[in-house]
Design a protein around this ligand. Sequence first.
Ligand code: IPD
Ligand code: CA
Ligand code: CA
Ligand code: CA
Length: 262
Amino acid sequence: MTNWAEIDGEVKRWIQEAGALIRESFHHSLSIQSKSNPNDLVTNMDKETERFFIENIRTNYPAHAILGEEGQGDHVQSLNGIIWIIDPIDGTMNFVHQQRNFAISIGIYENGKGMLGYIYDIVHDELYHARHGEGAWMNDVPLEKLKPVPVKKAMIGISSTWLINNRHFDQNKLIALANEVRGTRSYGSAALELAYVASGRLSAYITMRNAPWDFAGGKIIVEEAGGVVSKLDGSDVNMLTINPLLASAPGLHEQIVTGYLK
Ligand code: IPD
Ligand code: CA
Ligand code: CA
Ligand code: CA
């Protein structure tokens, strides 16, 4: 039997340790490289933080698989068994340019089911976390169950990228939604935007392209807080591919899917 409470304690300790190393890195110069394009940044801290988690997981849980954004884990092709899905720094562009608005994100899945989720906003020392069937917390404070929000009172997280020159989705539908809601925000970290949905700071978050490591931790936290995470048409997300994503308070999710995105 897997001892989830023990794993939960370990992960929280590792996250605090990794957070301290990242905070410390603010005093040193970063090595910054580009990946798929000049704006797709990665730093030595993204890679070192991913390695830090991988080494700890391999030592303590050698049977578990690891899917990490920087590719130092396993080549995961199925959801069988226990899989750690890790984004060592979500919001790297913010990390490089702002030294804020970035987070560590971890989701631990067993046969595709989300068991433990973590999003750590290092600069604000805010750890959002959830355990399957037990609820979600911000640090030690339980998150209140999300209540339905009408579209007219909704604050949605959406990047302006998706409202201009959107190759992935009919942008007029998104513009219609953006016109109806109370306000739009863009933080540049999918993980933080999901944490904000879970804690009610945002009513919903919409993106056309999220990788599993962007939303693996957040999905568990949003769902444990009573929210809904799906593709834009309301169908289930695929934990092994890039997805368009809608995370939302209950009620609002259905209104957005049927009223604007279909
Ligand atoms: C990115 C951020 C960003 C989102 C991108 C992600 P990264 O993650 O979450 O907000 O719009 O889709 O790739 O590369 O900074 O870990
Ligand atoms: Ca990245
Ligand atoms: Ca990310
Ligand atoms: Ca990242």
